[in-house]
Design a protein around this ligand. Structure first.
Ligand code: IMP
Length: 203
């Protein structure tokens, strides 16, 4: 059993991270349950922001910490919103506001030019000042739908159609999404790195 604090306050993400890691034998404590607040995401890359979050939670909890930073890159927008995905409409925006802003910016862009991808970087630190964090990355290719569909997942899922699919990510079951998503890929890579370091062995 590997105990760690999960450095996220996003309920959608916490659900997915727990579904992916608890069966692998991790005991995860959410930072909110430990009374730990969030840290400003001042980095300009997913890796920088994931590290900021992991170090902050590790310092406050005095435990190893796992964080992920993720977002969506839209080709027709030059890769925006990227690391600003959670605050695309404005700081503190809801998922609905961000999604509406994305559809508005893509108004008139035809389907072949609506390509996009989710990116995720997952980070594990043993302590706040760990000099050698472990990382895993994942990419999920797809395109942005013309209108929102489905009620599963979170964030931009109602407008993200994974490559090879007709359904949006919000129309996939949680299990389907967790088999292929950017977050699932990043965590699988991170778990492999933890195994290679001997921190973790498969149950
Ligand atoms: P952060 O990693 O907490 O800074 O925020 C990531 C943001 O990217 C989320 O708030 C969503 O807007 C978006 N995002 C990341 N992963 C997903 C996903 O799996 N589905 C939908 N939106 C996502």
């Amino acid at each position: 059993m590997k105990r760690a604090v999960l450095a996220s306050a996003n309920p959608g993400k916490l659900r997915e991270l727990a579904a992916l890691l608890v069966p692998a034998g991790f005991e995860l404590l959410s930072q909110a349950a430990l009374g730990i607040g969030s840290v400003p995401e001042t980095g300009t890359t997913f890796l920088e922001n994931a590290l900021l979050k992991a170090r902050h939670a590790a310092a406050a909890a005095q435990l190893p910490a796992l964080a992920d930073d993720s977002g969506i890159e839209v080709d027709a927008l030059g890769g925006r919103p990227g690391v600003w995905s959670a605050r695309f409409a404005h700081p503190g925006a809801s998922d609905e506001e961000n999604l509406a802003r994305l559809l508005a910016e893509l108004a008139g862009v035809p389907e072949p030019r609506r390509t996009a991808r989710y990116q995720c970087v997952a980070v594990w630190v043993r302590s706040a000042d760990d000099p050698e964090p472990l990382t895993g990355t994942g990419t999920w290719e797809g395109r942005i739908a013309l209108a929102a569909r489905g009620s599963g997942g979170f964030g931009y899922d109602p407008v993200f159609i994974p490559a090879g699919e007709q359904r949006t990510a919000a129309e996939l079951s949680p299990d389907e999404k967790n088999r292929v998503s950017h977050r699932a890929q990043a965590l699988a890579a991170l778990v492999a790195a933890l195994e290679a370091r001997g921190v973790y062995s498969r149950p």
